[in-house]
Write a protein that binds this ligand. Structure first.
Ligand SMILES: NC(=O)c1ccc[n+]([C@@H]2O[C@H](COP(=O)([O-])OP(=O)(O)OC[C@H]3O[C@@H](n4cnc5c(N)ncnc54)[C@H](OP(=O)(O)O)[C@@H]3O)[C@@H](O)[C@H]2O)c1
Length: 412
C-alpha cells in the first residue's frame, strides 16, 4: 500500500533548521515506519526566501525554528488556527505566549511539541508531561544553559577570570558574539518558566521569573568555595512553597553529593524532586544543531504517530498560583576584614539578630587584608540583606559582603 506524504513546512533554516532537514533526510525511512507517512519538506522560510502563507497551505505540520517572539508567535498561532500540528524549539515564545498557544492546541486537538525548547535533547519535557503527569512535583533544579555552565566549568578547571572563560566559550562556539541573554540569566529564566508551568500546572510568564547571571563571579568565589566542598553553577529553581511557587535563576553553590554538582562543560541537567519519586536527574547536551534537531524530530514523529492524536498528554488548563518573591536560602558570604579580635563574634551577632547561624567558616590571610568566608544556614533573603548591610557598617569589615546562595540539599 502506498504511504501518504507527511508534508513538513520548515520555518527557519539556521543552525537547527538545517540540521533538522539533514536528519529528516537521513531518517526518512524510520519516520515512515513509525508514522505510516513519507516525510517531505514542503517549503522553507527564511528572512530572504519563502512565503509563510504558501508554506502553510502546502503543509500538514509546521516546524518553527526561527526563534525570538515575533514573527514566530504570529506564525505558530496562525498554523494552529489553520489546523496544523506544530513543533517548536522556541523558549522565548513559549515563556511569553505559551498559554495562548497551548489553549489553541488543546481546543483544536492539535499537537504543539516543544521538547527542544528546554535542555536541548534531554527529554525533560516529555518526562514532566507524561511519565510524571500524576506526580505532585515539589521542586526542580536545572542547569539549563550550556554557555554559562561551560564558562563556570572553565573558571573552575583553570582558575581563569570570567572574561577569559567567556572568550574561550566564544572561540569554541559555545557562546554567541552577543552572549548577554545567556550570561545574564534571561535564557535560563525562559526555560525555567516553561518547566515550572509543567511541574505545577500553573501559568508562569517569564516576567515572573527573577534572574541573575554570572558576570560578577570572580575566580575567588570558586577557589574559596572549593575549600568548603562547594561547586558553583548557574541554577534555575522552580519550587512549591506553602504559600505559592517560586521560579528563579541565580548562581548557586552545590555540595559535591548533589546530582548537578558534577555536570560540567556545556551539558545541561535537570533534577526533579517529589515525595513519590525522591529525585531523578536527566542530563545531556543542551544545544547544538544535530542534538536539538533530534528532539525536534522526536516531536514530529509523536505528533503524527498513529493513535497519538495530540503527540503527548495534552497541556492542562492551568490554575494560577501566587508567585513568592522572598524565599529562604542558605548563603555563602565572602568578607574582606581586618583580622582583629572579636570581628567574627560581631559578624555572628548581626547574623544571629536576623535568625541566621554559621554552618562553616574559613579564614585566609592576616592583618588588615584577611578574607573571611562562611556558609550560613537558611534564612529569608530579605533578612540576609538586613544582616549584610549591618555587617558592612562594622569598622573591621571592608565593603558589603559578597553573598551567593547555597543549595544545601545533600543526596546520598
Ligand atoms: N542553536 C541551538 O543549539 C539551539 C538549541 C536549542 C534550541 N534552539 C532554538 O531553536 C531555534 C532556532 O535556533 P537557531 O540556532 O537555528 O537560529 P539561527 O541559526 O539564528 O537561525 C534562524 C533562522 O530563522 C530565520 N529567520 C529569522 N528571523 C526570521 C523572520 N523574521 N522571518 C523568516 N525567517 C526568519 C533565519 O533566516 P536567515 O537564514 O535568512 O537569517 C534563519 O534561517 C530558536 O528558537 C532557538 O532558541 C537552538
Amino acid at each position: 500500500m502506498s504511504q501518504s506524504a507527511l508534508r513538513i513546512g520548515l520555518l527557519g533554516h539556521g543552525t537547527v533548521g538545517r540540521a533538522f532537514e539533514h536528519l529528516l533526510a537521513e531518517r526518512a525511512e524510520r519516520v515512515a515506519e513509525l508514522t505510516g507517512r513519507r516525510p517531505e519538506i514542503s517549503g522553507v522560510l527564511t528572512r530572504s526566501s519563502g512565503a509563510f502563507e504558501q508554506i502553510l497551505e502546502s503543509s500538514d505540520l509546521i516546524v518553527e525554528l526561527i526563534g525570538g517572539v515575533e514573527p514566530a508567535h504570529d506564525y505558530v498561532r496562525r498554523s494552529l488556527e489553520a489546523g496544523r500540528d506544530v513543533v517548536t524549539a522556541n523558549k522565548q515564545l513559549l515563556s511569553r505566549h505559551g498559554e495562548e498557544l497551548w489553549q489553541l492546541a488543546r481546543e483544536r486537538e492539535l499537537a504543539l511539541g516543544f521538547e527542544a525548547a528546554v535542555a536541548g535533547v534531554v527529554p525533560v519535557i516529555r518526562v514532566l508531561r507524561e511519565s510524571l503527569a500524576g506526580t505532585r512535583i515539589e521542586r526542580i533544579h536545572g542547569i539549563v544553559n550550556g554557555t554559562t555552565n561551560f564558562i563556570l566549568s572553565e573558571m573552575t578547571r583553570t582558575a581563569c577570570s570570567y572574561e577569559t572563560a567567556l572568550a574561550e566559550a566564544q572561540r569554541l562556539g559555545y557562546a554567541e558574539s552577543d552572549p548577554s541573554d545567556d550570561v545574564g540569566g534571561a535564557d535560563a529564566a525562559a526555560k525555567m518558566a516553561i518547566l515550572a508551568r509543567l511541574a505545577f500546572d500553573a501559568p508562569v510568564h517569564i516576567d515572573e521569573v527573577r534572574y541573575e547571571g554570572i558576570e560578577q563571579i570572580t575566580p575567588d568565589d570558586i577557589a574559596y568555595a572549593r575549600e568548603l566542598g562547594l561547586a558553583l553553577k548557574l541554577i534555575g529553581t522552580a519550587e512549591r512553597l506553602h504559600d505559592g511557587i517560586s521560579v528563579r535563576v541565580h548562581p548557586a553553590y552545590l555540595y559535591a553529593a548533589h546530582p548537578l554538582a558534577s555536570v560540567g562543560g556545556s551539558f545541561n541537567a535537570v533534577t526533579v524532586e517529589a515525595e513519590a519519586i525522591t529525585e531523578i536527574t536527566m542530563s545531556g547536551p543542551g544545544a547544538g544543531g544535530p542534538q536539538t534537531a533530534s528532539a525536534v524530530l522526536g516531536d514530529v514523529i509523536a505528533a503524527v504517530a498513529p493513535g497519538r492524536p495530540n503527540g503527548a498528554a495534552p497541556m492542562t488548563n492551568p490554575v494560577p498560583l501566587p508567585i513568592v518573591e522572598d524565599v529562604v536560602s542558605a548563603f555563602y558570604l565572602h568578607m574582606e576584614v581586618a583580622d582583629r579580635p572579636g570581628v567574627l563574634a560581631q559578624i555572628a551577632q548581626h547574623l544571629g539578630e536576623q535568625g541566621a547561624s554559621i554552618k562553616s567558616v574559613v579564614q585566609r590571610g592576616l592583618g588588615d587584608n584577611a578574607q573571611l568566608v562562611m556558609v550560613i544556614h537558611p534564612l529569608l533573603e530579605s533578612l540576609l540583606r538586613v544582616a549584610t548591610e549591618a555587617i558592612a557598617e562594622l569598622d573591621a569589615v571592608h565593603g558589603l559582603p559578597r553573598a551567593i546562595r547555597v543549595i544545601d540539599e545533600e543526596f546520598e
